[in-house]
Design a protein around this ligand. Structure first.
Ligand code: GTB
Length: 216
């Protein structure tokens, strides 16, 4: 039985692949696991049926038999542990790949989310113009550290892993800000992720949802 994931019925990004179902789709495509998608509206996400799956009323969720998961970190780790392709066999390399997943979610993503909030939610506030440069600098600091770590390598630790999948997914959110282009090795790293056939299939699938919902 194929797992079922949830995604926005109508993603606010207009199908640019920035909503977090994209990273789950990408992981499933990388390991060759077919999946089904249940689309949910913003109001349905806050109703009891969805809240039973996701206590915070968000997407994505992941259902497989009697297992139900929320949180993209947990979902991708589950996929990576169940299927070959996203975690190395060597125990130490595996632990380091998981470390990079956590680094993406806990260390790199928070300032990026703060920037998204500053640009979208806080834009009209009288103090927004003063705060924005500080928020951007916090992102720059993380990018500079990550850029140093990556150096000229193709991926963060040897072969492509769930750590790279998560890191590229997190960095993609920065594209509209132009900050990524200040670090050419990171921009190239993200482009390598996007060029993977599994990423392209996942992107096309989420994009198709938006195209259909805009026409209908
Ligand atoms: N920590 C959770 C995880 O990683 O799974 C966070 C899940 C989450 O933030 N889900 C968002 C959601 O359901 C969608 S992805 N939001 C609705 C709500 O909270 O009521 C975040 C997102 C949304 C929109 C864009 N965009 O338009 O560019 C990008 C990312």
């Amino acid at each position: 039985m194929s797992p079922i994931i949830t995604a926005f019925e109508r993603s606010p990004d207009g199908g640019k692949g920035l909503a977090r179902d994209m990273r789950v789709r990408w992981a499933l495509e990388e390991v060759g696991q077919p999946y089904e998608v249940r689309l949910v509206s913003f109001s349905a996400m806050k109703e009891p049926a969805h809240l039973a799956l996701h206590p915070f009323g968000q997407i994505p969720t992941y259902e497989e038999g009697d297992l139900a998961l929320f949180e993209t970190g947990a979902i991708i780790l589950h996929i990576a542990e169940r299927h070959p392709g996203l975690l190395p066999k060597d125990a130490n390399a595996r632990a380091r790949a998981i470390m990079w997943m956590f680094a993406a979610l806990n260390t790199v993503e928070p300032p990026i989310l703060d920037l998204a909030i500053a640009l979208i939610v806080e834009r009209g506030e009288p103090w927004a113009k003063d705060r924005l440069p500080l928020v951007m600098d916090r992102v720059r600091t993380r990018l500079s550290e990550l850029s140093h770590c990556l150096g000229d390598a193709e991926w963060l630790d040897g072969a492509f892993s769930a750590g790279d999948l998560m890191m590229v997914s997190v960095l993609l959110r920065l594209r509209p800000s132009g900050l990524l282009d200040e670090f050419p090795n990171l921009a190239a790293y993200v482009a390598r992720g996007e060029a993977r056939p599994a990423y392209e299939r996942a992107f096309a699938a989420q994009r198709a949802v938006f195209t259909v919902s805009s026409v209908g």
